[in-house]
Design a protein around this ligand. Structure first.
Ligand code: AMP
Ligand code: FE
Ligand code: FE
Ligand code: ZN
Length: 278
């Protein structure tokens, strides 16, 4: 039987509704051999999932999803096989998470100028133990009746460049890619079809990018083919995953996008080339 992996899964340690138990039970139901936990600016979900996975024969890869802020676009970088136990990594992530809390306060203030009235506490309640973000904010906006749908929240208020949008901590390509490499991981460009700025890819490669997430929920046939060709021409790995947020964005997507297990072997072979990961 061919073995498959879904290499882009969130937990409630960032903006998914799924606990580690739910992630693993869905992965098992989908007969996945491996999954990668890629929470926004957090590695807290990795170890609980590794433990639960071990008990039922699912290999759990450590991972992270970082955000690069450019003036005109935000770029997401996946870091596969980062060492989640590194103290400096945890410290850096704590700083980013603290910034995310301040950012929510700022966005809530901006929303009041757009006549949407919620408190930062409403958002933190939705986020629970998760690294707080715009998906939690959107849910709090829906709960308060300020918007009807999740899409309204992003399209009118908190999407990139919309009136109540506030950028994440200033993080450059060198910062994000360097952090993944230093933590022993493999930096991969997440869902380039959402960013739609392929002109930034050579710069990312120059800082050590090693792969492109070719297979993704938001990539149709045309984008898939485009990024297969681009990755091949640049000599980059082609990764893939569902970007499952539990039921945070509608139905649970886990297992709907998957790649053959050989890709996991390739990621392992590419890992650990960073310098400061002792
Ligand atoms: P944050 O890390 O707080 O900036 O939030 C990022 C989350 O918001 C990710 O899960 C994105 O997929 C989601 N997101 C960003 N922009 C949009 C959008 N326009 N529509 C739907 N989801 C979005
Ligand atoms: Fe997310
Ligand atoms: Fe993303
Ligand atoms: Zn994601």
């Amino acid at each position: 039987m061919t073995k498959y992996a879904d290499l882009h899964i969130h937990t409630y340690y960032s903006d998914s509704t799924f606990s580690p138990e739910e992630v693993i039970s869905h992965a098992k139901a989908k007969e996945l051999s491996a999954i990668a936990i890629c929470d926004h600016d957090s590695v807290d979900g990795v170890e609980p999932c590794v433990k639960l996975g071990e008990a039922c024969g699912i290999e759990v890869l450590s991972g992270i999803e970082l955000t690069i802020e450019k003036p005109d676009v935000e770029i997401h970088i996946l870091g596969y096989l980062v060492d989640q136990k590194l103290e400096w990594l945890k410290e850096k992530l704590k700083t980013i998470q603290e910034y995310r809390i301040k950012r929510i306060h700022k966005m809530v203030e901006k929303l009041s100028a757009q006549n949407v009235f919620i408190t930062a506490e409403d958002v933190f309640k939705v986020a629970g133990k998760g690294s707080v973000g715009r998906l939690h904010l959107a849910r709090a906006m829906i709960n308060s009746g300020g918007v009807k749908t999740f899409w309204d929240a992003f399209d009118k208020y908190i999407g990139f460049g919309k009136p109540s949008y506030v950028p994440n901590i200033r993080f450059t390509p060198q910062d994000a890619i360097g952090m993944v490499l230093d933590a022993g991981g493999v930096p991969v460009l997440a869902h380039p079809g959402i960013m739609k700025r392929d002109d930034y890819i050579p710069e990312l490669v120059s800082y050590g990018l090693k792969g492109i997430e070719v297979y993704h929920t938001d990539h149709g046939d045309i984008k898939r083919k485009r990024y297969e060709e681009l990755a091949a021409s640049l000599g980059l790995l082609m990764t893939g995953g569902s970007d499952c947020h539990g039921t945070g964005k509608g139905r649970a997507l886990i297992g709907t996008v998957k790649v053959p297990y050989e890709l996991v072997e390739k990621l392992k072979a590419a890992a650990g080339s960073g310098k400061n990961n002792q």
